[in-house]
Write a new protein. Sequence first.
Length: 202
Amino acid sequence: MFDNSLLDADADTGLPRRMEFEYRAHVSLMKASSERPLSIILFSFDTEKLSVDVLLGMRYGDNVKLIAETLRRETKHAYAIGRIDRVTFGVLAPFSEEQAEQYADKLRTDIKDAFINRNPESKKTVSVGVLTLSRPGQIESLLHDANLCVVAAKAWGRDCICTWRQLEAKSIEQGIPLNLLTMEYKIRVDAEIMASNVAFQT
């Protein structure tokens, strides 16, 4: 349902860049019916900012290509698919939360298996955020909320999925406002990255 032949494509993967993804998603949201669910699913490569794969650009490029190839092969009914940033890929599809979670879990496993097939000792994974829309909204704010789910998934141990419903439930369970909880998660994830970077350099 999407066409990757446009010139505005990411050089590493051939997928649309963020601006093109947002445009396609915006068009789909404008046409969205309240009777048909829509979900934004973000897949974020669990890499460290200064890891060997990042420093060796070619290997890093191979990693994101493998993720993109897996998503492209398994995402035939998406309204939009694209590379959101250096380590994150987005999908907008007509899925309910349950369907989106099942799809995300299958792709999470497929990507992990693809890395293992390339290198049996691979421990590369993705964390996934799922936001199912109860009503249309601005794509920028929706991507922001979906990314909060990604941050939570990384804080929960990586290689897992967090839906917006799960994030809200965790906020209620812990008695912490959602914005403070996600800020805590981000600080934790950034601290883990910083610690691994220090270990990498020593």
